[in-house]
Design a protein around this ligand. Structure first.
Ligand SMILES: Nc1ncnc2c1ncn2[C@@H]1O[C@H](COP(=O)(O)OP(=O)(O)OP(=O)(O)O)[C@@H](O)[C@H]1O
Length: 756
């Protein structure tokens, strides 16, 4: 309502009929807007009701003016519907003039529309009838005056009407203008209404969308409420948990409080300690400063020491070089000593008296007693004479005296004493260790690149096997295992000086000049072995050579060899006594520092028992005779070789008859060929005589001594040493000349030159 334009106030006393406004609306409205239209009409009605209050009261102005007849006004029909009828253009129909009703404000308040027709009264006798009813003729006659009056009145009325008509026309024009204005207003209002409706529609749409949105929001809100409820529940659960936790935390807090109070107590205690410690720290810092100074001094000292150490290390290197060169000199000196002592050495060992000796002596020749005067002549054994042994050289142990007493044909007792000299005489109580002491230096020579051969010679039962192989206990260990151990020990000792050694072993047996490999594969060696000679040396074909990485492996080698020897002995009675066994240890070494290399060997030979043909009783036994002949033959050849070697040292170059027997040992080739020597020409014991002729008066003496019947308790150990293969010695001499005493070096050189 507030948006509707207000009607302008009009001087016309006639209120514009409200219905004319509604009829003037010529807009077509859609069905959909019908409700709105109705609402708008209601609004307009309500406005129409209010409008008169805003217009000026027509009656007030019109009451002062005379009524003017108006054709339009008289003939204009009025309807109660409020719709204005079109004014007729023809002559106006006469109707009872009716004075225009002057509306008052009071009447307007009770009448809805001024255009409503006046109510007709029930009687037609009223002086003035506003309606145009025709007066009857009777009355006209009687009342011509009245008629004239009436005509006058009519004329006046008509004039008034004309005036009114004119005025009405004016009013109509004004009204039309007003209507036009109203229509314009109406259009504007309609437009505004349409706008308002479209606005309303928009608003309604907005409302609908807002409703939808509200619905959505409501749903969202519901969902959020649900979520919030869930959240509230979970929060409640969390709250419960937190409450529980809080209780625990409170408990913890209580404990922590206790702890804190304890800690506070501790802290106060610690703060006291802290003060004390601070004091100590200050003291320590002072001490530290002093220590730092000491440390600096120590660092300086250390750097001095490091310098010294460097110098010392340099010195060590020089000394190591010296040591290597000294080692070389040691070797030379050692060998020089050995040369001086003799490259061939002969030892004599006397075994203790055994119970078996007593019984045999008592049964055949009587008890072996000390101080008996039996002479050790070749016939002594036959006579059953017993020899007494004395050891006069108590200091050097180099002599043995054999005394014998015999009664002459005349009945007088004859007593003779025979003295024999050796490099060393081992008395009956001598131990294996003592015997080995003499041999160990020779074992050392093997490592230095020498070939050493040690063999035992003596009658059956004199103790050759015991000496060479030994017993089962540590004390009775024989020369073979001891020598091997010594070689390994010497090799180990030389390791820091750059020497690395490789060792191999072989074990052969020679029976009746036939070679049997004791390390062979089968139970009994059926192979035929030959002795080959070439530039690299002499070797036996088809023999097993076992690598020996440790002394223990030598023990197992000896075990294998012994078991095979036992098998052979079972096959042939007393074979072991009638065969030679030769153990060979080959040693090859290289020095990684100096580039030296050397090859040496150690040959340990247990010879077959040697005895005279006549005394052994072999003469009658063909087989035994053959054995003895072979033994003697090989031993004779051996004797020749030894004798030749012994002479060589004294007289210079001499032919050495190495090839005379298989048993003959040589530095690089221990086994040599079968001798074709005549037994009669070279009796078995001659070689010993040749070797030790200075000690013996003649060969018979030696034979009597070693093979004769004076005693079965003596063995002779022969040790032969010969130079093996070695390289670059001359270079080393040159080097060593810078370090060692010239005189010493000159001597060493001379010795080496002499020995080679
Ligand atoms: N020095 C010694 N001390 C103790 N017993 C010894 C000693 N020498 C040898 N015997 C013992 O003498 C016995 C004979 O020794 P062994 O078998 O070594 O003689 P052999 O000369 O090798 O004899 P064969 O030529 O017949 O082999 C053995 O019982 C041995 O134990």
């Amino acid at each position: 309502m507030s948006r509707l334009p207000r009607l302008r106030s009009s001087p016309d006393p006639i209120d514009p009929p409200a219905p004319s406004i509604t009829t003037a609306l010529g807009f077509s409205m859609s069905k959909s807007t019908l409700g709105n239209k109705r609402k708008a009409e209601d609004d307009l009605d309500a406005e129409a009701l209010d409008q008169p209050r805003k217009l000026p009261a027509i009656g007030n102005g019109a009451s002062a003016r005379p009524l003017v007849a108006s054709r339009g006004a008289l003939n204009r029909p009025t309807t109660t519907t409020g719709h204005a009828a079109k004014l007729p253009s023809g002559p106006q129909r006469l109707t009872r003039p009716e004075p225009p009703k002057l509306s008052t404000s009071a009447s307007r308040r009770t009448t809805r529309a001024t255009s409503a027709p006046p109510k007709q009264s029930g009687s037609s006798t009223g002086p003035v009838r506003p309606s145009g009813r025709v007066v009857s003729g009777s009355r006209v006659a009687s009342g011509s005056k009245e008629f004239r009056d009436l005509q006058n009145q009519v004329a006046s009325i008509e004039s008034a009407q004309l005036a009114n008509a004119a005025r009405l026309a004016q009013t109509m024009d004004a009204e039309r203008a007003k209507v036009a204005e109203l229509e314009a207003n109406h259009r504007a209002i309609s437009l505004e209404l349409a706008n308002a409706k479209s606005l309303e529609l928009d608003k309604r749409r907005e409302l609908v969308s807002a409703s939808d949105e509200i619905e959505k929001l409501r749903m969202k809100h519901t969902r959020e409420i649900m979520e919030l409820e869930i959240e509230v529940k979970s929060k409640a659960r969390e709250a419960r948990e937190l409450a529980d936790e809080l209780r625990l935390v409170k408990g913890d807090l209580e404990r922590e409080r206790d702890n804190v109070s304890n800690l506070k107590a501790t802290v106060s205690h610690q703060s006291t300690s802290h003060i004390t410690l601070n004091a100590q720290i200050n003291a320590l810092q002072a001490q530290n400063t002093a220590s730092q100074m000491q440390l600096d001094a120590a660092v300086n000292a250390i750097s001095d020491r490091a310098l010294e150490l460097e110098i010392a290390q340099q010195r060590i290197l020089e000394l190591e070089q010296d040591a290597r060169e000294s080692e070389m000199v040691r070797r030379k000196l050692h060998n020089m000593i050995q040369e001086l002592k003799g490259n061939i050495r002969v030892f004599c060992r006397v075994r203790p008296v055994l119970t078996s000796d007593l019984s045999s002596s008592s049964s055949s020749t009587g008890l072996v007693r000390s101080g008996s005067s039996n002479s050790p002549t070749p016939n002594d054994e036959e006579k059953g004479a017993a020899a007494d042994m004395l050891f006069p050289d108590k200091r050097d142990h180099k002599e043995i005296a054999i005394s014998s007493s015999s009664s002459s044909a005349m009945g007088s007792e004859r007593k003779e004493v025979y003295n024999f000299g050796f490099d060393r005489v081992f008395e009956p109580q001598s131990t294996q260790a003592e015997v080995f002491e003499e041999i160990s230096l020779l074992a050392q020579s093997c490592v230095d690149g020498y070939n050493v051969c040690i063999f035992a010679y003596g009658q059956t039962g004199s103790g050759k096997s015991f000496t060479m192989e030994g017993g089962s206990t540590a004390a009775t260990t024989g020369m073979i295992p001891r020598a091997v151990n010594e070689v390994f020990r010497a090799a180990e000792h030389l390791k820091p000086k750059g020497w690395e050694y490789k060792m191999d072993g072989q074990f052969l047996e020679i029976y009746n000049e036939t070679i049997n490999d004791l390390l062979g594969k089968g139970e009994f060696d059926k192979k035929k072995h030959e002795i080959k000679h070439d530039k690299s040396g002499t070797r036996v074909t088809d023999v097993n050579v076992m690598p020996l990485p440790s002394p223990a492996s030598v023990t197992s080698l000896l075990r294998v060899a012994n078991s095979r020897r036992t098998v052979a002995a079972t096959l042939m009675n007393e074979r072991s006594s009638r065969s030679h066994s030769v153990f060979t240890l080959r040693i090859s070494g290289t020095n990684t520092h100096t580039g030296e290399s050397c090859e040496g060997s150690l040959n340990l030979v247990d010879l077959a028992g040697s005895e005279r043909l006549n005394s052994s009783g072999a003469a009658g036994d063909k087989e035994r005779l053959k054995e003895t002949q072979n033994i003697n033959k090989s031993l004779s050849a051996l004797g020749d070789v030894i004798a030749a070697l012994g002479e060589k040292g004294e007289k210079g170059e001499k032919h050495i008859p190495y090839r005379n027997s298989k048993v003959i040992l040589r530095a690089s080739s221990p086994m040599l060929c079968v001798s074709q020597l005549n037994l009669t020409q070279f009796p078995a014991d001659v070689f010993v005589a040749k070797l030790v002729e200075r000690q013996f008066k003649d060969a018979d003496d030696l034979e009597s001594f070693a093979v004769g019947g004076t005693s079965k308790r003596i063995i002779v150990l022969f040790a032969i040493r010969d130079k093996g293969k070695s390289h670059r010695y001359s270079d080393l001499y040159r080097l060593s000349a810078l370090q060692v005493n010239n005189t010493m070096l000159g001597t060493a050189k001379k010795q080496v030159r002499g020995s080679s």
